[in-house]
Design a protein around this ligand. Structure first.
Ligand code: CUA
Length: 304
């Protein structure tokens, strides 16, 4: 399947080294607010000790869309596809709660009222119940149909690549990602292309995320239709960014395409999501979503 999106709920929860609080909500509350300036103090708990840290605006901009310690449910979404995934999840949860209550009630009733202690001879008279059998066959079928329609709708909407303005080719290799922006060509005729490796633990700076930070980020503008072309150079990898609702396999010998539309600035972290060898856990993806002006400046820098 093109996007096994329910798997996104289980994405990485491994940043215990930096127990910062609520970056993304902080980001939305203060950074998007233009009156914000100066530095902020944070209390940090690490190995049972309290630390007080002072971080500046740049740091907060850098630390946002990542899983939080003890997080339940999804990361904050930043694309229409992800909003669709969350809506579908909520819709399915509605049926799930009703089913759990219904089945528990039935099981409870059977255990309490129809056991051999309280009702020793009930099994003698209990053989068939045509009506109840019809109900418990037809109802689940209707529930499945009710779930199938919104699910297929979302699946086909996410599959659609709408007239992309930018195409980025991402190639998975053991164990790093390479990116190519072939829409732009430098004076020497070369496209923008670079490799992106994980920052090893020893080189991390204060506030950076272990196993998630990379040396070269994928810079993209917000409010733009972006297409990703994915492939692998050796084995199957998978390109996944939870906050954007992206997850697609990068398969050698074949090109997969997917698209996104990032609707706010920020840093979006993802990881390879197909077991691809010993360093599978060490080939993260970082997307830096910036304004169009900043993106143009970045392009200029890359092309010169
Ligand atoms: Cu590449 Cu897992």
């Amino acid at each position: 399947m093109p996007q096994h999106f329910l798997g996104l709920a289980g994405m990485s929860r491994r940043i215990p080294d930096y127990a910062w609080f609520k970056y993304s909500s902080f980001h939305k509350k203060y950074i998007n607010n233009k009156s914000f300036s100066g530095s902020w103090y944070f209390i940090r708990i690490h190995s049972g000790r309290f630390y007080i840290n002072n971080i500046n605006t740049n740091d907060i901009n850098r630390i946002n869309d990542v899983a939080e310690p003890w997080q339940l449910s999804f990361q904050d979404g930043a694309s229409p596809s992800f909003d669709g995934i969350v809506d579908l999840h909520d819709q399915i949860m509605f049926y799930l709660v009703i089913i759990v209550i219904g089945v528990s009630w039935m099981l409870g009733t059977i255990i309490l009222k129809f056991n051999t202690k309280t009702n020793p001879i009930v099994y003698k008279y209990f053989t068939h119940g045509t009506v109840i059998e019809l109900i418990w066959t037809v109802t689940p079928a209707l529930v499945l149909v009710a779930i199938a329609f919104p699910s297929f709708r979302l699946l086909y909407l996410m599959d659609e690549v709408i007239d992309p303005a930018i195409t980025v080719k991402a190639v998975g290799s053991q164990w790093f990602w390479s990116y190519e922006y072939s829409d732009y060509i430098s004076d020497s005729g070369e496209p923008i292309a670079f490799d992106s490796f994980m920052v090893p633990e020893a080189d991390l700076e204060e506030g950076q995320f272990r196993l998630l930070e990379v040396d070269n980020r994928v810079v993209l503008p917000v409010d733009t239709h972006v297409r990703f072309i994915l492939t692998g150079s050796d084995v199957i990898h998978s390109f996944a960014i939870p906050a954007l609702g992206l997850k697609l396999d990068a398969i050698p010998g074949r090109l997969n395409q997917t698209s996104t539309f990032i609707n706010r600035e920020g840093l979006f972290y993802g990881q390879c999501s197909e077991i691809c060898g010993v360093n599978h856990g060490f080939m993260p993806i970082v997307i830096e979503a910036v304004s169009l002006e900043k993106y143009m400046a970045w392009l200029n820098e890359q092309l010169s």
